[in-house]
Design a protein around this ligand. Structure first.
Ligand SMILES: Cc1cc2nc3c(=O)[nH]c(=O)nc-3n(C[C@H](O)[C@H](O)[C@H](O)COP(=O)(O)OP(=O)(O)OC[C@H]3O[C@@H](n4cnc5c(N)ncnc54)[C@H](O)[C@@H]3O)c2cc1C
Length: 495
């Protein structure tokens, strides 16, 4: 079981003093009651729990700035939290840190249809952004399955994805600007309202930085006009290998579906029993392929995708005939995680990415790993992106099962890296994959990544214990190579 850094006794002893100081900055916004703190003891990675020292719930950027500046001056650690749905333990509290809850930042500030942007506070849920603009025919494209609950601030911190990201990009492709408060309380703006702002792409650094570089207090997102038509095709296959080949063939044919998701037999059965989406139960793998655009193009592409399915041995194929049916097809996939929660006391959701063409081989080896570790596994994938979400089924009440689930998960992630993939697709590193980072990055790589952290937060007070397997003191990381006190630049060639 993963160990979090030990409590700092000095900070614990100062708990009441810290609470008093922060209550003066955020009146009626500090939680210290032990029972109330338990509501914050974990995020979506429920295997790990740790009540925070205390919770502070600011309402304004100025309050966030003053809280961070005070904590910076006093050497107090801070863990930012949105809605607490992270599956990698990114928002897991520390017993000697203040948990900075952003739930009160819950307003859509502005919608500008000419610029096609919405300016929102970070505590607004992902779905609420679409709900704010859908009556006018617009939507926000990234759609994590947790969209009803997860916050835009959390989406920015995790660079979250969803079924529509194959065609429309991840959060990073749909965020134009943020307001960010640094650990010393300084407020900065990165990006703006247009694509590709001048200067270094600091916005690109911050999106996906897992709450380690600053606290996001405002987000400018792109909103897109809703496509004229969207249809989903359900295609069932006798094997995951054939389904995997069909995925590769769709992409090779130059078709970019709005979403292309795969589920294996255990996931199909769990989702169907939970939601009644109309999934076939006599197949080993199910593809849901969504096509969107003008109606004629959509119909044509549906036909193409169905034909690719047939060439790969599909036994069932159904295209949605109405919007209600399309939504029903997706309802099963979107509820796949809670559906699996009904067939097992606990499940552990992994998140790795592989080159698409290695899918059949990886699935086979995962089956072997399932036997080695003696635990079942249900699979749902963002198949078009090669992003796997194996759900390892276990029972935390059975001695040693959590440890076996963790070992199984670690083996899956090492396998992803071995076949040329990466440790995470969209759920982040957090504490979950922290100790696996050396499987992917050399010490030099990690030291350079930490130099970025040091540039934003040299005292390492913001969300420590996440992402980096070892946090070196910034001074230890050494200076950049300079010659004679000045960075040496080559002469510019003259013509
Ligand atoms: C059932 C289920 C389905 C899911 N499906 C998907 C999916 O399809 N795709 C996907 O990508 N993810 C998915 N997730 C994971 C999760 O919902 C996302 O990672 C989400 O972006 C987390 O948002 P949150 O508001 O809950 O953030 P939290 O869990 O509260 O925090 C996550 C991280 O963001 C940081 N953070 C939060 N707010 C801020 C802020 N304002 N400033 C700086 N840092 C901040 C925290 O410190 C932490 O590191 C799913 C989770 C669940 C439980």
């Amino acid at each position: 079981m993963l160990k979090m850094p030990a409590a700092d006794g000095r900070v614990l002893a100062r708990r009441a003093e810290i609470a008093r100081a922060l209550a003066a900055i955020v009146p009626h916004g500090v939680i210290e009651d032990r029972d109330a703190l338990r509501a914050y003891e974990s995020d979506g990675l429920t295997a790990y729990r740790q009540p925070p020292m205390l919770v502070v719930l600011p309402r304004t950027t100025e309050e966030v700035s003053r809280v961070l500046a005070w904590c910076h001056r006093e050497g107090v650690k801070v863990v930012p939290r949105g809605s607490g749905t992270s599956l990698s333990g990114g928002a897991l509290p520390l017993e000697d840190a203040v948990l900075l809850g952003m739930a009160r930042f819950n307003r859509v500030l502005e919608v500008d249809y000419d610029d096609r942007v919405a300016v929102v506070q970070p505590g607004v849920t992902n779905l609420a952004v679409t709900q704010a603009v859908e009556a006018d025919g617009f939507y926000y494209a990234p759609d994590p399955s947790s969209q009803i609950a997860c916050s835009i601030g959390g989406n920015v911190a995790e660079n979250s994805g969803g079924v529509h990201c194959l065609k429309y990009g991840l959060t990073t492709n749909n965020v134009l600007g943020v307001q960010l408060v640094l650990m010393d309380g300084e407020v900065v703006r990165l990006g703006g309202r247009a694509l590709d702002p001048a200067g270094l792409d600091l916005l690109g650094l911050v999106v996906g930085s897992e709450g380690l570089l600053g606290v996001v207090t405002e987000v400018t997102v792109r909103i897109l006009p809703k496509p004229e038509t969207a249809r989903a095709v359900l295609i069932g296959f006798p094997s995951v290998e054939e389904a995997g080949q069909a995925v590769a063939d769709v992409i090779a044919a130059g078709i970019i579906p709005a979403g292309m998701e795969m589920m294996d037999r255990p996931a199909i059965h769990a989702a169907e029993a939970f939601v009644g989406a109309g999934y076939p139960l006599d197949v080993e793998a199910l593809l849901i392929v969504e096509l969107d655009g003008p109606a004629a193009e959509c119909d044509h592409l549906c036909g193409e995708v169905e034909a690719i399915g047939r060439r790969n041995g599909s036994t069932v194929c159904r295209a949605s005939a109405s919007e209600a049916e399309r939504l029903r097809f997706w309802a099963g996939r979107k509820a796949a995680f809670p559906a699996v929660g009904r067939i097992s006391p606990d499940y552990y959701c992994m998140d790795g990415t592989i080159p698409r063409r290695r899918l059949p081989e990886v699935l086979q080896r995962m089956e072997q790993l399932s036997q080695t570790h003696g635990l079942r596994c249900a699979n749902v994938f963002h198949a078009g992106d090669g992003n796997l979400h194996p759900l390892i089924l276990y029972d935390a009440n059975q001695e040693g099962e959590l440890e076996r689930a963790e070992a199984f998960g670690a083996d899956i992630l090492r396998l992803c890296v071995e076949v040329g993939g990466v440790l995470t697709g969209e759920h982040g590193v957090g504490v979950e994959k922290r100790d696996l980072m050396p499987a992917m990055f050399s010490e030099t790589d990690l030291a350079h990544q930490q130099r970025v952290k040091c540039a934003f937060d040299p005292e390492l007070l913001l969300n420590p214990g996440k992402v980096f397997p070892v946090l070196h003191r910034c001074a230890e990381l050494g200076r950049m190579h300079v010659h004679g006190g000045q960075t040496a630049f080559p002469e510019l060639p003259r013509f």
